[in-house]
Design a protein around this ligand. Structure first.
Ligand code: HEM
Length: 458
């Protein structure tokens, strides 16, 4: 029997006290930075973490400290920092005790919030669902869902591309990962997608909203949404157990999986993994599609450039707008990075977004330039330079799945039309829990011949 992960502190007070205890027990000083308490900094960081991260790099270098609310957070940015945290010293960093712990209220003990043997065993059980042939089968589902939804792309129509893509990606996840019929599953008059959004909106609250407990608070709304989603998931898991599996999707894999003693996975653990995958799959591909077409609307000549491929567009989009833009961890032991000591049991963040926008690593980082991703360009990249899917043994398990989905959707749109932003459109980012265009992305459909990038074979 695989031992369950250690329980997390209950409630915000216990969490804060734990953080303060850890900080007091530090045996080496924190790296230089802004280490005094400041509510102004805390709120400003929560509104716009990206500017803070890049500004800190300029002032202090690749490793520095920012005090956010009650505790220090050590930022580690750039290729070497990414490689240190994700690959060469990954064993010294815990996911569960870092800020990802905040997701456990909804996700429970899934891949994103666990470490060690528990995480390894679960990942091993789930990997077959992401093998090449499963991705091929999923691609057929994706094509089918996209074809069904393309009717909306009539010349002159205004479409909220973010909303449109989110709907597809949720339907695809339900069908391809969990073998559910999205048109049938909502038997209680409940919209599972909306319920999920409501639960996640907790993470977009300001610090006071997230700390409050009791009736009517964002946290109690999260719990209500979770209870409704749980009822739906438990019903499906039971149904699948009664069916005896037989299907090849991820849910069947989890239902049929046994540990070394031949014991099936407890229903709660299956629920936690399903919820985690719904979360991880839901906003990442959707945001990427939105940002890709936003940049094509800003740079229309790129779609007609036969030297550019759909994959180059995708890779540059994930450089400029990596949806999972920050990777929080807790260090286990004190360590040294770039000659600077860092305490053990300290909150550490690596950041794909900040690392992808460092001017000394990516010339003109604010310019959308798919030519960075020619085969030669990619071969010249340093270890840890490009990390939209993380890295090392915990690289995004859904990477191939997500890429396949984005390719199919982007191709379908580029074959049929071009999209423009509405006059006066201004991009405002939402950063919690993932990077996405705040308020969606309304776009106007224009008639056009298939884009040149579709036939490019670089
Ligand atoms: C463009 C699409 C996607 C991007 C950019 C993305 C990005 C990431 C990143 C950066 C991580 C690692 C986070 C860290 O190091 O802290 C991650 C982990 C993960 N992703 Fe994705 N993701 C995408 C799509 C998906 C999809 C479609 C799924 C599910 C089908 C998925 C499931 C997961 C899971 C379960 C993990 C945790 C893996 C582990 O720790 O073993 N992701 N993702």
């Amino acid at each position: 029997m695989i031992e369950s992960p250690p329980t997390l502190p209950e409630g915000p007070i216990a969490t804060i006290l734990g953080d303060l205890r850890n900080e007091r027990s530090a045996t080496v000083p924190f790296p230089p930075g802004e280490t005094s308490f400041s509510m102004r900094r805390t709120q400003s960081f929560m509104r716009d973490p990206m500017s803070w991260m890049l500004d800190g790099y300029e002032r202090f270098g690749p490793v520095y400290t920012l005090r956010i609310f009650h505790h220090n957070v050590v930022m580690m940015l750039g290729p070497e920092a990414n490689h240190h945290i994700l690959v060469s010293h990954a064993h010294n960093f815990s996911w569960r005790d870092g800020h990802l712990r905040d997701l456990a209220a909804l996700m429970g003990d899934g891949l994103l919030t666990t470490d060690g043997p528990y995480h390894r065993a679960h990942r091993k059980m789930m990997l077959p669902a992401f093998h090449r042939e499963r991705i091929r089968a999923a691609t057929a589902v994706i094509e089918n869902e996209v074809a069904r939804a393309m009717g909306a792309f009539e010349p002159g129509a205004v479409i909220d591309l973010y909303d449109w893509a989110r709907n597809i990606s949720l339907r695809v996840a339900m069908r391809a990962l969990f073998g559910l019929d999205p048109d049938r599953v909502d038997t209680r008059g409940m919209d599972a997608a909306d319920e999920f959004e409501r639960a996640l909106s907790f993470h977009a609250q300001n610090i006071y909203g997230q700390l409050a407990r009791g009736p009517g608070t964002p946290y109690s709304r999260l719990l209500k949404s979770r209870a409704r989603l749980d009822a739906l998931l438990y019903e499906e898991i039971d149904r699948r157990r009664d069916d005896g599996g037989g299907k090849e999707d991820l849910l069947s894999l989890l239902v049929q999986a046994t540990d070394e003693d031949g014991e099936p996975l407890p229903t709660e653990q299956i629920r936690d993994e399903v919820m985690t995958l719904m979360f991880a799959a839901h906003d990442t591909t959707t945001s990427t599609i939105s940002f890709l077409f936003l940049e094509l609307a800003r740079n229309p000549e790129l779609a007609e450039d036969p030297g550019i491929t759909v994959d180059m567009l995708l890779e540059e989009t994930l450089r400029m707008y990596p949806p999972a833009y920050v990777g929080p961890r807790l260090s286990r032991e004190p360590f040294e990075f770039a000659g600077i000591p860092v305490p053990g049991r300290a909150h550490i963040h690596y950041s794909s977004y900040a690392s992808h926008h460092l001017p000394d690593v990516w010339p003109e980082p604010e310019r959308f330039d798919p030519y960075r991703f020619t085969p030669e360009g990619k071969a010249a990249m340093r270890k840890g330079q490009y990390v939209p899917f993380g890295g090392g043994s915990r690289t995004c398990i859904g990477m191939r799945f997500g890429e396949a989905e984005i390719r199919v959707i982007a191709r379908a749109i580029l074959e049929r039309c071009r999209l423009d932003t509405l006059p006066g459109h201004r991009l405002v980012m939402r950063t919690a829990p993932t990077l996405s265009p705040r308020g969606g992305l309304p776009m106007v459909v224009r008639r056009a011949a298939p884009a040149a990038v579709l036939s490019a074979t670089l």
